[in-house]
Design a protein around this ligand. Structure first.
Ligand code: ATP
Length: 330
């Protein structure tokens, strides 16, 4: 094996650069050169590539975002696109492709594998942590820290005015950031897709808890962490409903894209480094159609379809604490 390629795809995540760095340094150790495609699968289809030298990856471990840039590329789902990508990879003399991204990007890697019969390996890079087969994804730990920092600050102003705040966090259709941010910030309540699948019941419960808390404590601040996509129209619509139907005033805050940025936390840098190095080793051994991940501090290989066919559960004990032990209505 002489030359491998790497791309970052889908939502960017802190630690992607640390991962690219580990790939390049490990490949150099094995005398393998590395080509980077810019803008994910779009760059693969449109010959946007660059040879990544070890100099290019010095001093990037601490940077958020991705030096290769990322993109969404809907056309990659077609057979024509996969064939074009396979031809481009062959024309460049690429012996293996490493894809850093989320589950959409893994679908893309699997799709390509049907048309290009050399190693294709996925590395879990998404703040959402919604990928089965790895305890954590690259970027998740930093995203929790960012959300936590913001919630702590909102709590200061919430306390000063004894207000209810509804804080929307990212996670697509998964509650990992929501649950972790809620537990670590000591939020009063959390609304997550895995727990609250009935919006009407969730709304009644939310109101009952706020009212019960205020009956006990008097006027006080109240922090609710809400996963994105849970409530139609998001926390702005939820706050409007509360404000119009009840004598409670609530404020919505959407944390949004700040959760994707920032310098990666030590945990993300270490995970990214481990997985980047291991992916190169797997490619050299000719392994293909897998995601590299980590379970209980053991490096693992999981077939790509397994990563999206199974649903990764939230930590059941954290759910129990939040929904049973800390439930003021019980
Ligand atoms: P995140 O969840 O962090 O946003 P992601 O990798 O899931 O990351 P997506 O936008 O879902 O992000 O997917 C990234 C890219 O992967 C898509 O723009 C597309 O190019 C490719 N992709 C997604 N699904 C498929 C599919 N079924 N077949 C081929 N390619 C796909």
């Amino acid at each position: 094996m002489k030359r491998i390629a790497v791309l970052t795809s889908g939502g960017d995540a802190p630690g992607m650069n640390a991962c690219i760095r580990a790939i390049v340094l490990t490949a150099e150790h094995f005398n393998v050169s590395v080509i980077g495609f810019r803008h994910g699968y779009y760059g693969l289809l449109n010959s946007e590539h660059v040879e990544i030298s070890t100099d290019m990856v010095s001093n990037i471990i601490q940077n958020g975002g991705t030096i290769l840039h990322s993109a969404r590329c809907p056309e990659f789902k077609t057979e024509k696109a996969a064939l074009k990508a396979a031809n481009s990879l062959d024309a460049l003399g690429i012996d293996a492709l490493l894809v850093i991204g989320g589950d959409g990007s893994f679908h893309g890697a699997h799709h390509l594998q049907q048309y290009w019969h050399k190693p294709v390996i996925g590395l879990p890079g998404t703040i959402d942590n919604d990928i089965y087969g790895t305890d954590a994804t690259i970027g998740y730990f930093t995203a929790i820290e960012t959300a936590l920092d913001a919630i702590d600050k909102i709590r200061d102003t919430a306390d000063a005015f004894e207000r209810v705040f509804l804080i929307e966090v990212m996670g697509r259709h998964a509650g990992f950031i929501g649950l972790s941010a809620s537990i670590s910030s000591g939020a009063d309540q959390v609304l997550l897709p895995e727990i609250n699948n009935d919006n009407e019941a969730a709304f009644k419960n939310l109101v009952a808890r706020i009212e019960t808390t205020r009956e006990k404590k008097g006027q006080c601040s109240y922090i609710v962490v809400v996963a994105e996509n849970l409530w139609p129209g998001g926390v702005t619509a939820l706050a409007e409903k509360i404000n119009s139907e009840l004598s409670i005033e609530s404020r919505p805050v959407v944390l949004g894209h700040i959760q994707r940025g920032g310098s990666p936390s030590p945990q993300d840098r270490i995970l990214a480094t481990k997985l980047g190095a291991y992916a190169v080793e797997c490619a050299l051994q000719g392994k293909s159609g897998i995601m590299v991940g980590e379970q209980n501090q053991q490096l693992v290989e999981v077939s790509l379809p397994h990563t999206w066919q199974n649903q990764k559960p939230l930590d059941p004990y954290l759910v129990k604490i939040q929904t049973e032990f800390f439930d003021i209505l019980e």
